[in-house]
Design a protein around this ligand. Structure first.
Ligand SMILES: [Zn+2]
Length: 231
């Protein structure tokens, strides 16, 4: 793996993520509410129109926003080092940025907005299908199996799995399915392991905020990353 390609990927991941905090801030609202029109912290109104969505760095002048940039640059680096300059790398780098946005929103308000999950499915699923048409069957089957299994879990009382998690699980099952069933198994296994470790740590450190307060999206997305690079 050549160093310039890794650096280019890391710069792409970091630079793209620099524009996420404002978008995440505006979209992290309770179900059914319109996107936020003013900063959640200081109340300053965002500019009207498209420009109100575009800001590099923190969501607002009153906040700091370096963490998404570091995290996204790291994700891009891991993907590039692990996979090398394969045709699906650009697709997965873009998916990584979208995944970072979903994780940021889920952490803030325990939601995974449908348009973003749908956007991830289309923007990554269509190019992956074009690159590997022979794997479409496995990918669709993996998406269906994961989606139905999570739906069954979500319908059980008190399991703390939301329908947003079900939909994201199905989409990640589909995307991992292009790498085969082992990638699906490793990705989901890692997601549940990570979620268990975080839940345990929150409990031990006294930061647990009730059974439903832990978002599952970040663990699902991180697990998918592990499934992508480990198999
Ligand atoms: Zn502010």
């Amino acid at each position: 793996m050549s160093t310039p390609i890794v650096i280019m990927a890391a710069v792409f991941g970091g630079a793209a993520a620099a524009f996420l905090p404002r978008v995440a801030d505006r979209l992290a609202v309770p179900y059914g509410e319109a996107s936020r029109t003013a900063c959640a912290r200081c109340g300053r109104r965002f500019p009207a129109g498209v420009t109100g969505w575009i800001r590099a760095g923190a969501a607002c002048g009153c906040a700091r926003g370096a963490r998404p940039v570091i995290a996204s640059a790291l994700v891009a680096t891991v993907l590039t080092v692990a996979l090398g300059p394969v045709p699906r790398l650009p697709v997965l780098l873009v998916a990584g940025v979208l995944g970072a946005l979903l994780a940021m929103i889920d952490v803030r308000c325990l939601r995974l907005p449908d348009p973003l999950v749908c956007g991830l499915a289309v923007s990554a699923g269509v190019p992956l299908a074009l690159l590997a048409p022979e794997r479409i069957g496995t990918a669709l089957a993996a998406g269906a199996v994961v989606g139905l299994a999570y739906l069954a879990i979500a319908l059980l009382p008190g399991r703390g799995l939301g329908l947003g998690d079900v939909k994201l699980g199905a989409v990640l099952g589909l995307l991992l399915g292009f790498g085969g069933w082992p990638a699906v198994a490793v990705g989901l296994g890692a997601a549940h392991l990570l979620n268990g470790v975080v839940a345990g740590w929150l409990l031990i450190s006294g930061r647990a905020r009730g059974a439903r307060a832990l978002p599952f999206g970040p663990a699902l997305l991180t697990g998918a990353l592990i499934g992508l690079v480990a198999v």
